[in-house]
Each structure stands twice: as structure tokens, then as C-alpha cells.
Ligand binder design. Structure first.
Ligand SMILES: [Zn+2]
Length: 91
């Protein structure tokens, strides 16, 4: 069985409401990274997952969280899948 490589594209972001996009707590001296966005200032709101054979997967076949982690739903466990994330999705 050949290995499939799924490619993830982050297609939507929103400003982190916890730190208002700063990525930290705004302290003048030694600011702490925002826990919610992990210092990025942005949260992921939309993701596309592309299969080399089937094209874009339907939205119902995967889930994701605000940190950009993608979880496949109802996936055949016998199938070996490699998930490729963009190098620097936060650009
Ligand atoms: Zn934040």
C-alpha cells in the first residue's frame, strides 16, 4: 500500500482575543507569551486538507483546533498517512 501525503493549508486566521494580537501579556518588562496563541498573536479559523488523489477533503472528514493541529475523522487506520504542514504557517 502506498503512502499518502496530505497537505494542510491554513486559509483563515483571526486575531487572538486573549492578547489582542500582541502574542504576549503586554508587560513592559519581561512579557510572557500568550498561552492561548502561544505567542503568535493569531488563531487558526480555517484549514484546507488536500489529498493528492482525491483533492480537497470535505470539511466533515477532519477537524482542527485554533493552534492549527489537524485531526482526521473516520480515517482508515490501515492507511499510512503523512501530514505535511506549511513550514511557517504564521508567516
Ligand atoms: Zn494570544
Amino acid at each position: 500500500m502506498s503512502k499518502r501525503t496530505l497537505t494542510i493549508h491554513y486559509t483563515g486566521f483571526r486575531e487572538c482575543p486573549n492578547c489582542e494580537g500582541r502574542g504576549d501579556d503586554g508587560a513592559a518588562w519581561r512579557p510572557f507569551s500568550c498561552k492561548r496563541c502561544e505567542g503568535r498573536g493569531k488563531l487558526v479559523t480555517d484549514v484546507e486538507v488536500e489529498d493528492p488523489v482525491r483533492g480537497k477533503l470535505p470539511r466533515s472528514s477532519y477537524d482542527f483546533n485554533a493552534r492549527g493541529e489537524v485531526f482526521l475523522v473516520d480515517f482508515d487506520e490501515d492507511e499510512e498517512v503523512e501530514v505535511v504542514r506549511p513550514g511557517d504557517p504564521w508567516g
